[in-house]
Design a protein around this ligand. Sequence first.
Ligand SMILES: [Zn+2]
Length: 457
Amino acid sequence: MKIFDTLTREKKEVSKKKLKMFVCGPTVYDNSHLGHARTYIAYDIIAKYLRYRGYDLSFLMNITDVDDKIINRAAETKKDPKEIAVQFEKAFMEDMKALGIGGIDKFARASDHMPEIIDQIQRLVKKKFAYETKTGVYFDITKFAEYGKLSRQNTEELKKHRIEPDATKKNPHDFSLWKKRDKSELGWDSPWGFGRPGWHIEDTAISEKYLGSQYDIHGGAIDLIFPHHEAEIAQMESVSGKKPMVNLWTHTGFLLVNGEKMSKSLGNFITIKEALKKHPAEVLRLFFAMSHYRSPIDFDENNIKQAKNTLDTIYNALVVLENIEKGPGEDVESEVNRIKAAFIEHLDDDFNTPYALSSVYELVDLVNKYASTGKKISRDSKELIEATLLEMCGIFGALRNYAPVKVTEEIRKLVSEREAARTRKDYKKADAIRSRLEKMGIIIEDTKAGIIWKKKS
Ligand SMILES: [Zn+2]
């Protein structure tokens, strides 16, 4: 398997079977939005696939529950910062569950790791990578010659960014490790007095504790490369003296909404909760999987519709398959195995989900081909196709509501009666038949791909 590494800008072969992965989690000061959904769904698919391929994966995610954004939000709403953090961490967990994101072995809150954070800062100060001033403790970027290596910026380019102006710093780009604060604010005691940690140090203190000073995969959204991930490298590689901190730096691409960057001021800001009111999680997941995780994605209604139609087509293929005549018939094993091998080949190549989906469509086409020619299919082949489709779609988190529906003569009759009623615009009768079918545990949906039968869950 090959995975693209942002640091070296090339795909690297993954040779180890035991993998440790850290993905930057949310700062819990507001409801999570579609940009978060994109990143966390991508890593959910990555984790599912790595495990499917037999990798022994430990997946760690931090929760930033100590941050200026939380403190500002608390001040705006006249609430306690802790209350804000608890409220939005809960909301985040609800969103993850609703999106079907699981498989994260451990969530680690910054506030639960103050001793580790303080200890890491102390070691940086002792090794003279960091220094204390009146206002806090800062990382001295002149001590880490490779600062800028991930974002590929030289010293001059780095100077263009504006980072926390503070007159006590040695260099304008030194970032804070500890912020000295008044006792009235949220904070902890430390060797440098009362205060709170900077954002970057929270992540490396947590990842060092659970994954060690060197691990396999670090993930996050592309906009975290600078300064956040650059700072993580500087901290971790300085404190441990070991390089590289991680073998693979991975990043998810930008999310656009109707061709524009999502922002509150543009009025195109969509939270996960709002998106889930309009679209089932399965559709959202398939929509994201239709683009490569590193590519930009444009969230617009047409693209979402395409994902919905694709999902309907796949569900429909399963219904069609269930109702193809079985018997001594053709064996499709080698064809199915060829499609599955291609599916794996695509995902082994830096998780190419859009290509992998084309293998799913191939399997769907195979089903539809049998149905349209009226050929019989062997029972074993039918079971193999069904299991393979569910297995492949399971990696994307799709087909979660599938249950095979056996279309009996009675059902078939009811469905055609309903069709006839709809044609003569007798919607009352059509709806009555629909609810009768529902009572029998069957939901019918009219889609572009045809009528889909689903078992009521
Ligand atoms: Zn982070």
